[in-house]
Design a protein around this ligand. Structure first.
Ligand code: FRU
Length: 424
C-alpha cells in the first residue's frame, strides 16, 4: 500500500491507499474469506419491522458489554407495510422488496435486549419521535460510559444533510428487561467540510456517516472513525500511479474510476467528553477503487490496528470488482501505513451464488462477525428471493498477522458479551 503525498500536503499523516492493484487480488468464493451460505428458511427476529445495521453496546475500547447480565444491541429499523396500499403490487400482493428498498428513508434507531446474546427481545425506539433533527437516523455507535449506565449514542442525522451527532441517555435494567431513558437532546458534532471530506454541494452522491468513537490503546486519546468521500468536485479526482498501484501490463486503463472516491475518515476529540472534534485527513482512501467504505471500525489485537469497513459490488470502480462484505487493513500504528488484509482487503464476502445474502458486517474483538440478512434466493436461477431484514448467522473468524480465516458459524444474531458491567 502506498501513500499520495501531493493530495494532503503538510498534514500529520498521509492516508494509506487501497489501490486498484490491491483490488485486483480480490477473489470471490475463496472459502477462507466467504460467508457460509445462508439458508432461505431463516427465522425472522420480528415480523413488524425490518432491521439492518446492528450496533452492539460497547465500551470505548471496543469491548462488547452487557449490563447486569443483559446484552443490548441497537439496530437501524423501519416498519414493514404488508397492508399499506402503497406497497401492494398489481395483483394486490405485498411487494416486500420495494418496501425493503425504501427503508433507508425512514430508518430509526431501535434497541433490543437478551439474556443469552441472541433471541433478541424488542426494546423500542431509542429517541422519541421529534427528538432527532432530521428524517433519517442512520448508523453509529452506542457507548456505555460508566457503571451509572450512561450511554453516548453517536449516529448520523440525515436528510436534510448528513451530520454526525450524539445524544446522551441511560440504560436501566430490571429483572424483566432493559429500558433506555433520556436520549432527549441531540448535539451536532460535525459535517463534511469540502476540504478534507466531500460535501453534498461537491457531489450529490456523497457519503458522510457512521461514526465509531474509540480510545486509542496506545496514546489513550479519544478518536472517531467515520465513512466519507475524498473532498473535491465530482469527476475532478485523479486516478494516478499511486492509486493504480503495481498492475500487470494491460491494466493501466482506469476508465471512469475517478468517480469512486471512498475514504475512511478520522477525527480527534479536543475534550475528554467527545463534544468538540477536529477532523483529520482520512486514514485510508479508495480513489479509483470503490465509492463506499461504510461503517469503519477497529479491532485492536496483538498491538496492531485492524481496520474493517463494509463495501458493495455496485460501488466498485470500472475494471475492479469484489463481493458485498467486509474488507480489512492492518497497521502497526493508528495513522498507518495500512496494508490490505489477505493481500486484497477482502475479509468476509458473500458467495457469488447468493451475492446479496448479508451485509453490514461488524467484526468484534472476539473474532465474531455479525451482519444482517438482505435477500436470499429461493430457487435455482436466483430470480425468486426472500427478503431478510433480520439478523444473519454470526461467523467466527481468526485474525493472524496480515491474514484472516473463517473458522466457525454460530446462531442467528449471536452477539455474546465480552464483559459485564454491574450498574450502581
Ligand atoms: C450500511 C448503511 C450505512 C448507513 C445505513 C443507512 O448498511 O448504508 O452506511 O448508515 O446503512 O441505512
Amino acid at each position: 500500500m502506498k501513500t499520495n503525498p501531493e493530495k494532503f500536503g503538510a498534514t500529520p499523516h498521509q492516508p494509506s491507499l487501497w489501490t486498484r492493484a490491491d483490488a485486483l487480488k480480490v477473489r470471490a468464493d475463496d472459502p477462507t474469506t466467504t460467508q457460509p451460505l445462508v439458508s432461505a428458511d431463516f427465522p425472522v427476529l420480528n415480523n413488524d419491522v425490518f432491521i439492518w445495521d446492528t450496533m452492539p453496546l460497547r465500551d470505548l475500547d471496543g469491548n462488547v458489554t452487557s449490563v447486569d447480565g443483559w446484552s443490548v444491541i441497537f439496530t437501524l429499523t423501519a416498519d414493514r407495510h404488508p397492508n399499506d396500499p402503497q406497497y401492494l403490487d398489481e395483483d394486490g400482493n405485498y411487494d416486500i422488496l420495494r418496501d425493503w428498498n425504501d427503508r433507508h428513508g425512514r430508518a430509526k434507531m431501535y434497541y433490543w435486549f437478551s439474556r443469552t446474546g441472541k433471541n433478541w427481545e424488542f426494546g423500542g425506539r431509542v429517541m422519541a419521535e421529534g427528538v432527532s433533527p432530521t428524517a433519517r437516523e442512520w448508523a453509529g455507535t452506542p457507548i456505555l460510559l460508566n457503571d451509572r449506565g450512561e450511554v453516548d449514542l453517536y449516529y448520523t442525522a440525515v436528510t436534510p444533510g448528513a451530520t454526525i451527532v450524539k445524544v446522551r441517555g441511560r440504560v436501566v435494567t430490571t429483572e424483566h428487561g432493559v429500558s433506555m431513558v433520556g436520549f432527549e437532546k441531540v448535539k451536532p458534532l460535525f459535517e463534511a467540510d469540502g476540504n478534507l471530506y466531500q460535501t453534498e454541494a461537491q457531489n450529490a452522491f456523497w457519503g458522510f456517516r457512521d461514526p465509531w468513537p474509540f480510545r486509542d490503546p496506545k496514546d489513550g486519546k479519544l478518536y472517531m472513525l467515520f465513512e466519507g468521500n475524498v473532498a473535491g468536485e465530482r469527476g475532478s479526482h485523479k486516478v494516478g500511479e499511486a492509486e493504480i498501484g503495481d498492475v500487470p501490463p494491460g491494466y493501466e486503463d482506469v476508465g471512469n474510476s475517478r468517480f469512486q472516491t471512498a475514504c475512511v475518515g478520522i477525527a480527534v476529540a479536543r475534550d475528554a467528553d467527545g463534544d468538540d472534534w477536529e477532523m483529520l485527513p482520512p486514514l485510508l482512501t479508495a480513489v479509483g477503487v470503490n465509492d463506499q467504505t461504510e461503517r469503519p471500525h477497529f479491532v485492536f489485537q496483538d498491538g496492531k490496528y485492524y481496520l474493517f469497513t463494509i463495501s458493495h459490488t455496485f460501488t466498485y470502480a470500472d475494471g475492479v470488482t469484489g463481493p458485498d462484505g467486509v474488507y480489512g487493513f492492518v497497521a502497526d500504528s493508528l495513522f498507518g501505513p495500512y496494508v490490505p488484509l489477505n493481500g486484497s482487503g477482502l475479509v468476509l464476502g458473500n458467495p457469488s451464488s447468493q451475492p446479496f445474502q448479508t451485509y453490514s458486517h461488524y467484526v468484534m474483538p472476539n473474532g465474531l462477525v455479525t451482519s444482517f440478512i438482505d435477500s436470499v434466493p429461493t430457487d435455482e436461477t436466483g430470480t425468486q428471493i426472500r427478503v431478510g431484514g433480520t439478523e444473519a448467522p454470526t461467523v467466527g473468524m481468526k485474525i493472524k498477522g496480515q491474514q484472516t480465516f473463517v473458522v466457525a458459524e454460530y446462531d442467528y444474531g449471536y452477539i455474546p458479551p465480552m464483559l459485564d458491567v454491574t450498574l450502581k
